[in-house]
Design a protein. Structure first.
Length: 143
């Protein structure tokens, strides 16, 4: 009996010239496609500067590209749903880092050391029955 090794999704060949990566943060989900190009970054069919007007979110998206010295060499197209602006920027960052690994596996150690491949699992805690909010309760009265 032989064991057949299967390639991970990140290591599979590009389909139609694109490398894919999925990123999640809070309730936001980003599907990111990258290819070699001129450095164009589109998020939901809009320029990144229009979609993320805050410089902090723009830096979050640029960070994985800077780590790999790929600014101006990669075209990035992202579709993002759910969450707020900060969560969406974090989701795009993770999706972009995962797509970069598919394109250039040698960048994995660098991206992992800088924390761009770590999924931030913090989410809003759900509201519990009998409570006002997730943890806040009604005032206790003994009598």
């Amino acid at each position: 009996m032989s064991i057949v090794a299967t390639a991970t999704p990140a290591a599979t060949a590009a389909k139609h010239g694109y490398y894919w990566g999925t990123g999640r943060r809070k309730t936001a989900v980003a599907r990111v496609r990258i290819r070699e190009g001129t450095g164009k970054i589109e998020i939901n069919h809009r320029a990144m500067e229009v979609y993320f007007p805050d410089i902090l979110q723009q830096r979050a998206v640029h960070n994985p590209l800077e780590a790999g010295d790929l600014i101006g060499k990669i075209d990035c197209f992202a579709n993002v749903k759910g969450g707020g602006i900060a969560g969406q920027a974090g989701a795009v960052m993770l999706g972009l880092a995962r797509a970069l690994i598919g394109m250039r596996p040698d960048l994995e150690a660098t991206l992992r050391d800088l924390g761009y491949l770590t999924r931030d699992s913090r989410m809003v805690e759900r509201k519990k029955y009998g409570h006002k909010k997730a943890r806040k309760s009604f005032q206790f009265s003994k009598r």
